[in-house]
Design a protein around this ligand. Structure first.
Ligand SMILES: [Zn+2]
Length: 161
């Protein structure tokens, strides 16, 4: 079992590979990520958070179903909503964001390599945007407005010394 990595570990912001092989190794990665998500009581988890730079993430939609999203691509719609988000890779940080949308379509591959589409709203849409961000090498710090980022990054770096 690999460890969860923390910001500013470079692997969190390094480019993630698109998956084109849907093999047992991928299934094992998905199981490991799902296990870690439940162990840490999270609602989502991405491969880059254990230093695996591949476009894979797990999202717990509807508060009960863990979905493995591979190569997720979002089409955002609806209205912007304010969200309060935490991240297992940014311990102690609570971000207040105004950039999320309350409605989206996600196109992704499942573990067998089939293309799938899902519509998500509100809470599930926020989880999906957060985890898809990880597959695009974006963390909460990059999503904060400049003032919030400056303040929270300073406090965060100080807390890690
Ligand atoms: Zn996160």
């Amino acid at each position: 079992m690999r460890n969860i990595i923390h910001y500013p570990d470079k692997r969190l912001t390094a480019p993630c590979e698109t998956i084109d092989r849907f093999d047992n190794e991928l299934k094992e990665l998905s199981e490991e990520l799902t296990y870690l998500m439940y162990k840490t009581e999270g609602v989502g988890f991405a491969a880059s958070q254990i230093g695996v730079n591949k476009k894979v993430c797990i999202c717990e939609f509807g508060g009960k179903f863990p979905h493995t999203l591979i190569n997720p691509v979002l089409t955002l719609s609806g209205e912007r909503i304010t969200s309060i988000e935490g991240c297992l890779s940014l311990p102690g940080i609570e971000a207040k964001l105004k950039c999320r949308y309350n409605d989206l379509i996600v196109d992704y591959h499942d573990l067998e390599g089939h293309l799938r589409t899902m519509r998500l709203v509100v809470r599930d849409a926020i989880i999906c945007q957060h985890e898809t961000d990880h597959t695009n090498s974006i963390t909460l710090f990059e999503r904060m407005d400049p003032t919030q980022r400056r303040m929270k990054l300073k406090k965060y770096m100080k807390s890690r010394k």
